[in-house]
Design a protein around this ligand. Structure first.
Ligand SMILES: *Cc1c(COP(=O)(O)O)cnc(C)c1O
Length: 434
């Protein structure tokens, strides 16, 4: 044993009894604190730390919450970034999640005391936003919506789909694989670049379960191409359900995204069901939205698989608040005017330059992301820093994710809410000093 008291390792129960560690243990759980205590004891044993610093070191190593997921500043210029949790929720949605997080009346009619329809208010908000829909359900994500539709309408039957719409969403997930995994057979029509109404007509058979149109969200085919629009297809199908996966979750046409289909127009054009994600351009929680004909929605709701795919109370709360509340961040970022972004970039670069950082404001391009509008760069502005900043900022606190272009680190401001500029500046200065 060393005679130096600074090298003597404090006992675990002594440390855990420290009032500051007891308080944080109540918030984060004793297990997390105990793990941190053991790591700090090892550091003292290894001579990396003196024992009087033990409690401070434990506190410094603990996360702010019991979850290890950390808030990140998204300066990528990609508004809906799948690796960064897609759409940031609006304050209204966050408040709704907190309110619903405890016991809540998600399935109880408080007036009668009887069981009520689950998540009715969120469904009503969806139907108010998309009046062309007769009914709606909400599942875990758009992939779940596709799986439910393919199972309920296509199992042991054929789903007709154009070859040019056999899409890989990302991370190796392919929509045709998902569809086939439900026991549906795919009846592919047309070629990669062209499909005609006659192709669809020729594929219809007695065992056709549905015709599926999938929006090729993350790519475009250019040149000698032809697709069949929903309206044309709908008029030719008669009894066969036409299901359109529009992906991005736009409720209505958006002036800045002319090529992006929306739920209301697609239903109005004659689709029987439309499917979309809740956490792309809608700007809400991860969810899969299914809207359209009441009888088909009822079939999906009654299918046993629905029970395995339905969403929880917090998702329903966040979705309703996104639809009823103020504009969510993704939509505000989409609408931000480029002169305002330039002014923010100049102010931030000015603050950093004053502190001696090599920072300048530059024009940049932003993207919708999440597989949306691949052909529509959005004009934006960025703060340009030396390239070495990218990694240091990513490892900083809070972490900032930018990107390197032409040997410079760019912090693109269209994906940062205006209220985040201060924090962004402080994060940059912190890695300069550190
Ligand atoms: C993004 C996307 C999906 C997958 O949506 P998730 O909500 O991530 O499951 C499916 N189809 C289309 C057309 C998409 O753009």
């Amino acid at each position: 044993m060393s005679a130096d008291p600074r090298r003597q390792v404090p006992r675990t129960d002594t440390l855990l009894a420290d009032p500051r560690l007891r308080a944080v243990g109540e918030r984060l759980g004793r297990g997390l604190v105990k793990g941190a205590v053991q790591r700090v004891q090892q550091q003292i044993r290894d001579g990396e730390l003196a024992s009087p610093q033990a409690v401070d070191a434990v506190l410094a190593s603990l996360p702010g919450t019991a979850s290890s997921l950390r808030p990140v500043l998204n300066a990528t210029g990609v508004l809906v970034h799948t690796n960064l949790g897609r759409s940031p929720l609006s304050p209204a949605a966050v408040a709704a999640i907190t309110a619903a997080a405890g016991t809540t009346d998600v399935e109880l009619d408080l007036a009668t005391g009887r069981r009520g329809p689950r998540g009715e208010a969120a469904i009503t908000a969806l139907l108010d936003a998309v009046p062309a829909a007769e009914a709606a359900i909400v599942v875990n994500n758009c992939a779940a919506a596709l799986a439910l539709v393919a199972t309920a309408l296509g199992q042991g039957r054929e789903l007709v789909i154009a070859r040019g719409e056999l899409v890989e969403i990302g991370d190796g997930f392919r929509i045709p694989d998902l569809l086939v995994s439900t026991g549906a057979r795919l009846r592919e029509v047309g070629t990669t670049n062209r499909v005609t109404l006659a192709d669809y007509r020729g594929a219809l058979a007695t065992d056709t379960g549905a015709v599926l149109k999938v929006h090729p969200s993350n790519f475009v085919v250019r040149g000698f191409t032809r697709a069949v629009e929903v309206a044309e297809l709908a008029s030719a199908l008669e009894d066969v359900p036409l299901v359109a996966d529009v992906g991005s979750g736009l409720l209505r046409p958006h002036p800045l995204l002319p090529d992006e289909p929306d739920l209301q127009s697609t239903l109005a054009a004659g689709a029987d069901l439309v499917l979309a994600s809740g956490d792309k351009l809608l700007g809400g929680p991860q969810a899969g939205l299914v809207l359209g004909r009441a009888d088909l929605v009822q079939r999906l709701r009654r299918h046993p698989l629905y029970r395995a795919l339905r969403v929880d109370k917090t998702t329903l709360a966040a979705l309703e608040a996104t639809l009823r509340g103020p504009l969510p961040p993704v939509q505000e970022m989409l609408a931000a005017d480029v002169d305002g972004l330039r002014a923010r970039a100049r102010a931030l670069a000015g603050r950093l330059a004053e502190a001696g950082v090599d920072a300048v404001a530059v024009d940049a391009e932003a993207r919708v992301g999440g597989g949306g509008a691949p052909e529509h760069p959005l004009p934006s502005a960025a703060v340009s820093l030396p390239s070495s900043f990218a990694e240091r900022l990513r490892r900083g606190s809070p972490p900032v994710v930018g990107y390197v272009e032409d040997g410079r680190t760019l912090l693109n401001l269209r994906s940062v809410p205006p209220s985040g500029d201060d924090e962004l500046g402080t994060a940059v200065l912190a890695v300069v000093d550190g």
